[in-house]
Each structure stands twice: as structure tokens, then as C-alpha cells.
Design a protein around this ligand. Structure first.
Ligand SMILES: *Cc1c(COP(=O)(O)O)cnc(C)c1O
Ligand SMILES: [Zn+2]
Length: 451
């Protein structure tokens, strides 16, 4: 327990209002030692020199020779001021693009100029996870960690492995059996992580990694780690920066472990609290139908944040039922193939902050949307395409208007999961398949084939 929360700029705080315990940022805890709930990073804003205007952050980007100013995470450092500069880690994350895409807008029945795609696949390891790792590894350096670990559906392991060797930390990653996309697995091995494949799914890995980390005192890098979510807030800063510091009407994000949705809600809440924005966008969180715990709980069981007093019994009963029928989630979008999302409660808070909606889309819809993003945009991995598939539903139901301004977060790079893409096209699995054409080695025959 801490006396210093009032004198330090940043501290950790339990999200359970009936506990509210506070801890120094110099500790690595990951769950409240008093009640077991998630922890947040919180700030005493009057102790932090936050710029009075958001455009002051953007000016730093011109200092390309200064790594912290160049970083798409640390140039917003006053918004995540939990560690001294000397510990801050960057490998050039967050140089991402917000692309206006009118062709994809047409596919989802939105007006020209209204749809924007935030390409987080352009990060060093090819997914948004790098935003979070820059922040979490900085915390790891601050607490003097020597070894770290994570459970992963793929991208977390790729990002952790990259940042770990960049910081000189030993690193172990846990993956489930069979379900990891090859692009991601290849990165974990290539970046030098000790990679352990557990005979189970992601939720099993998540449970084991927490046990291993507490027994062996390894630094945990899953999104239970509140400092990771602080880095992920910056995705929202960069979106509004690219829109000339205007807030869009909607943010759409895939939902897996619900770290992003949680971080985005917190980001907007803080910006509003500080008077840096005048309104908060709405948020849509998209599940896959084969991994739709959030959708079931929010739409089906009417679970809400309820001022922090979430009805735990609804969650417990739901999970007991999953266990009873031996449920394991299944979707081609392996990054969101998660049945027990660790950030569920923070996500409920974000839904409350952003007047959020939740829905689930099928694998067929995801793959078709992915093909459209490939054909007319920069491409993405399946989980990312859930956003566009979800947006189509939200337009059809008129929850989103054709002239609303919408930003979809494309979380991972198209080359993460080449098998899904090749199979979709080669085996003509969807509406937009672009199959391979076989030709004899004869000029006239080849010419006949060219259209
Ligand atoms: C990790 C991951 C997700 C899931 O993110 P959460 O914030 O945990 O819901 C979605 N897409 C990709 C590509 C990912 O790597
Ligand atoms: Zn607590």
C-alpha cells in the first residue's frame, strides 16, 4: 500500500471501487494483491506538464534524430508519464498511417470521405502490439526485470520477442497448440524467444503464464499489464492527430483480450477530462461468432460496468457453462480467438465511456472484408478485417450513418497469416476470391489468358 500516490505523477490503482487500493509504479503486480481485480495506471495530472493543445505533440515528430520524439508512442509521453526518460524503450513503433479509403467506404455503404483505416500493421513487428510493448518494456526496465514472458495467439509473442532482445531481456512465450498463424510463429523464433507450445488453447496459456510468472518472478507482458495499455492509448492520439485533432464519430476495433478497447476508452476519458477534446467518439467492438464472449455477455446477458460494480455472478456462470461444455473458441481470425478475455471489466468501462456497441461477425464475413481491404487498401490480417465486416452490419442497421466519420483500427499486417489469404483465393472460398491461373509454358496460350 502506498503513501506516495498523492505526491507522485503516476500510480497504480485497483479498478474495483470497493477496494481502490493504490500502489507505486515501481512495483510489478498485474492484479490487485488485495482483491485480485485489474489494475490501472492513474495520474495526478496537476504534476504533469501536459500541453494545453494537442498539436504541440505533433511538433516533436520533426525531431527525427531524437528517438523518443520520433516514437509514435513517446511523443505523447505526458499522457503516459509513468517512468523517467532514461528507462524509456523505443524501436521506432507507431509510425502508422490513417488512410482515407473511399473504395472500402463504398463496400460498407458509407459516403466518400467518411471512412478511415488506421494501419497498425506498419509497426516494427507488424501489429499494434508494439505500441503497448514500448510502454510495458519501459516499465520492465524501470523495475529492473531480467526475464519476461507472455501467452500469445501470435502477435504478442512476435512483439515481445522483438522488444525483449532489443532491451537485453530473456524471453519465454507460450502459444496454444496448432492455432498460431505462421507469420507470427516465424517471428517469435527468428527474434530469439524461447517458444513453448502448450497442449491447450489461448485461455490455457494465459492461465499457465500467470502461474509461471508468479513462481519464477518473470515480468508478464500480457495486456493484464496496465502499462501496456498506456502505450496502446497512443493509437487514438495518432488517429485524431491525422484528422487535424478532430475526434471521429466512431472508432471500430476487433475484440480479443479487449486490451485495445479498454485502452481507447481510457484515452478518450483522459483527453476529455483534461479539456483536450470536447467530445468522446462512440466505439464498436467486433467479435468473431466463434469467440463471442463479449457479445454474449453485453447483448445477451446485459452485463454493464455499473460504476465498477460489475455483476461478477453473470461472468462466473457464463464461464462455468463454457467449462461444462468443454468449449474452445474457433475462428479463422486467430488473434481474437479468445473465450475468457482478461480485460473484460475494463472493456465494460470503455463501453460506458464511449457509449459503445458490441457485435459478432462470421468468418465468411471476415474473409470477404479482408479481401476488400487487400484489394483497395494496404491489406490486413483476418482479425483486423472484423472491423469492416462489423461496420457493414452497423450500416445496415443504421446504427452508424453513411456520413458519420469512422476510423477502423486495422490491427495487424497482411503477411502475418498468408495461409488464410492464399486458401481464400486459391480455393475460391469467398465472393472476392482471385484464384491462381495455371498456364502451359507456351506463349500463345499465355497471351490468350491475359485480360
Ligand atoms: C492481439 C490482437 C487483437 C486483439 O486485441 P485485444 O486488444 O486484446 O482485443 C486483434 N488483432 C490483432 C491483429 C492482434 O494481434
Ligand atoms: Zn483491489
Amino acid at each position: 500500500m502506498l503513501v506516495s500516490s498523492k505526491i507522485q505523477a503516476a500510480f497504480q490503482k485497483c479498478i474495483n471501487p470497493d477496494c481502490g487500493a493504490e500502489f507505486d509504479c515501481g512495483k510489478s503486480l498485474f492484479k490487485c494483491p488485495q482483491c485480485g481485480e485489474l489494475l490501472d495506471t492513474q495520474y495526478n495530472w496537476d504534476k504533469i506538464p501536459v500541453p494545453d493543445k494537442l498539436n504541440k505533440f505533433a511538433k516533436r515528430w520533426a525531431n527525427r534524430d531524437k528517438p523518443l520524439d520520433f516514437s509514435g508512442v513517446w511523443r505523447f509521453r505526458e499522457m503516459l508519464d509513468f517512468c523517467p526518460d532514461k528507462y524509456k524503450v523505443t524501436i521506432g513503433e507507431g509510425q502508422t498511417i490513417l488512410q482515407r479509403n473511399d473504395a472500402v467506404a463504398k463496400y460498407v455503404d458509407m459516403k466518400t470521405g467518411c471512412l478511415y483505416l488506421q494501419y497498425e500493421g506498419l509497426n516494427p513487428s507488424g501489429s499494434f502490439k508494439d505500441n503497448g510493448m514500448a510502454a510495458a518494456f519501459s516499465h520492465a526496465m524501470m523495475v529492473g526485470a531480467k526475464s519476461c514472458a507472455c501467452a500469445s495467439t501470435g502477435n504478442t509473442s512476435a512483439s515481445v520477442a522483438l522488444y525483449a532482445h532489443s532491451c537485453g531481456l530473456k524471453c519465454t512465450v507460450f502459444i496454444g497448440s496448432g492455432r498460431i498463424a505462421f507469420g507470427k510463429l516465424s517471428q517469435a523464433m527468428d527474434y530469439g524467444a524461447q517458444t513453448i507450445q502448450i497442449n491447450g488453447d489461448f485461455d490455457d496459456c494465459m492461465r499457465r503464464v500467470q502461474e509461471v510468472c508468479s513462481k519464477l518472478k518473470l515480468y508478464l507482458l500480457n495486456s493484464l499489464n496496465p502499462f501496456r495499455l498506456e502505450g496502446q492509448k497512443t493509437i487514438m492520439y495518432r488517429i485524431i492527430e491525422s484528422l487535424g485533432w478532430e475526434v471521429p464519430d466512431w472508432i471500430i476495433v476487433p475484440g480479443g483480450n479487449l486490451g485495445n478497447s479498454s485502452a481507447f476508452g481510457k484515452a478518450f476519458h483522459e483527453l476529455k477530462q483534461l479539456g483536450l477534446i470536447n467530445r468522446i467518439p462512440r466505439m464498436a467492438i467486433i467479435n468473431a461468432t466463434g469467440a463471442d464472449t463479449l457479445t454474449d455477455l453485453v447483448n445477451g446477458k446485459k452485463l454493464t460496468w455499473n460504476g465498477g460494480r460489475v455483476e461478477q455472478k453473470i461472468i462466473d456462470d457464463y464461464y462455468a457453462e463454457l467449462t461444462a461444455r468443454n468449449f474452445s473458441p474457433h475462428t479463422c481470425a486467430s488473434a481474437i480467438e479468445i473465450a475468457r478475455p482478461v480485460n473484460l471489466k475494463k472493456c465494460l468501462r470503455a463501453i460506458d465511456i464511449c457509449d459503445g456497441v458490441v457485435l459478432a461477425v462470421t468468418d465468411e464475413e471476415i474473409c470477404d472484408a479482408k479481401a476488400i481491404i487487400g484489394k483497395y487498401g494496404l491489406g490486413c490480417e483476418p482479425a483486423s478485417a472484423a472491423t469492416i465486416a462489423g461496420l457493414r452490419h452497423l450500416r445496415a442497421e443504421s446504427i452508424i450513418a453513411a456520413d458519420d466519420r469512422v476510423a477502423c483500427v486495422l490491427t495487424g499486417h497482411p503477411l502475418k497469416d498468408p495461409n488464410i489469404t492464399v486458401n481464400y483465393h486459391k480455393d475460391k472460398l469467398g465472393q472476392f476470391s482471385n484464384p491462381l491461373i495455371e498456364a502451359p509454358n507456351e506463349l500463345d496460350e499465355i497471351i490468350k489468358l491475359i485480360k
